[in-house]
Write a protein that binds this ligand. Structure first.
Ligand SMILES: NC(=O)c1ccc[n+]([C@@H]2O[C@H](COP(=O)([O-])OP(=O)(O)OC[C@H]3O[C@@H](n4cnc5c(N)ncnc54)[C@H](OP(=O)(O)O)[C@@H]3O)[C@@H](O)[C@H]2O)c1
Length: 356
């Protein structure tokens, strides 16, 4: 018997912000079915937790990017933690029902995938299932390579991280601390987030960029200027940090979320400091470092198990249809830590218990 499969389809181009309404908004809900006789070279997976990522806005319209845009009328692109429910004949030595995978499933409850679209998840002792999509997944790896390969914090450095209470930022700041940075300063959008950064993650200072005097606070928190800036935000925050760049500083351009929904993105006015302070400013995409993932995961897993690295998840309940509003809320800063949607609770997993 075919399986009922609800999907979220990219329906209408955002103009420029995403409209989360499922009636005439950016996305629409589609009820379909999926055959349960799986092709020999594929596996059938059921999504449990769907990742929400700032880049999703870019995927809808960006013409020249690191990945082609999602086509209208297609299932929205996205990664999930999913469980294998059936395996094609030629893959029976690689997967079995009940295996957990990081799946390029898109925004749908079930998907039929090739092996390259479903990586088996191995969670080290002391770690938890959702880690595979946050600190031991794409955002953790992004923080790792941005900080270790581009930022390269040294003992005595002052490191500033924007979007610091988000999935990537929280890991980036902690890595800088682990690497011996003298002063790690986080920028985040609420007093609670700043408290989380200082109290729970051990940041030396955290500044709410919505405070009227945040620039003054940043100046006070960076008396020796900024050696490494890990930027998730762009816009005014990048500009102000550039105005505080130290000589030979490294500016890690990871993201520019403040500009993703803008009709006309703006760049920094303080760009001449790049010349006078000999700043290295480098953008990157985490996939550039794919060959080094195993070593990075080993380090991240060890730090996590040792308690040197802490993490937080922000899980949205309400099933698949909660994804569009969740995505809009991500751009509004609703999350502390990694935002994901619970598509199917773990209580419905094969085998009953969530054993990853
Ligand atoms: N280069 C890569 O390979 C790569 C890979 C993954 C992610 N990224 C980038 O990394 C960044 C963080 O991604 P994530 O998945 O970890 O998301 P996230 O940081 O968990 O969530 C996004 C956060 O951005 C902040 N934000 C939203 N609008 C803002 C604005 N106008 N000004 C300042 N802050 C704003 C919000 O926190 P506040 O409350 O603090 O505003 C929100 O919680 C994004 O820019 C993303 O595109 C890059």
């Amino acid at each position: 018997m075919p399986i009922n499969n609800r999907q979220i389809i990219y329906a209408n181009t955002p103009s420029p912000a995403i409209d989360p309404s499922l009636t005439n908004g950016t996305f629409k809900l589609n009820a379909s079915t999926i055959p349960n006789n799986v092709p020999t070279d594929k596996i059938l997976v059921r999504a449990h937790y769907l990742s929400l990522d700032p880049a999703m806005r870019q995927w809808l319209t960006a013409k020249r990017s690191y990945i082609a845009p999602v086509e209208r009328g297609h299932v929205m692109r996205g990664q999930s933690i999913a469980q294998v429910v059936a395996v094609g004949d030629s893959l029976k030595t690689q997967y079995k029902a009940g295996d957990w995978v990081i799946a390029y499933s898109g925004w749908q409850e079930y998907a039929t995938l090739l092996p390259k679209e479903a990586q088996k998840v191995v969670v080290p002792p002391g770690c938890q299932p959702t880690d595979a999509m946050s600190v031991l997944g794409m955002t953790g790896l992004t923080a790792y390579f941005g900080m270790m390969e581009i930022g390269q914090p040294r003992k005595g450095d002052t490191v500033v991280v924007s979007g610091a209470a988000g999935a990537t930022g929280m890991v980036a700041g902690q890595i800088a601390k682990i690497q011996g940075a003298k002063r790690v300063v986080g920028l985040a959008g609420s007093a609670d987030k700043c408290e989380f950064l200082r109290r729970e993650l051990g940041f030396d200072a955290a500044i709410n960029y919505k405070d009227a005097d945040w620039k003054k606070q940043l100046k006070e928190a960076t008396p020796e200027y900024i050696d490494v800036f890990f930027d998730n935000v762009g816009g005014e925050i990048l500009d102000v940090c550039l105005s505080r760049a130290a000589r030979d500083s490294r500016f890690v351009i990871c993201g520019a979320i403040s500009q993703y929904n803008a009709k006309k993105p703006t760049g920094p006015a303080s760009f001449m400091n790049v010349i006078s302070q000999r700043v290295t400013m480098k953008g990157f995409i985490v996939f550039d470092f794919a060959k080094k993932y195993p070593a990075a995961l080993q380090n991240l897993g060890t730090w996590l198990a040792q308690g040197k690295l802490k993490r937080k998840d922000h899980i949205i309940k309400g099933g698949l249809e909660a994804a569009p509003q969740g995505l809009v809320n991500l751009y509004e800063g609703a999350n502390t830590g990694k935002m994901m949607v619970e598509v199917t609770p773990l209580s419905e997993a094969l085998g009953g218990k969530a054993k990853l």
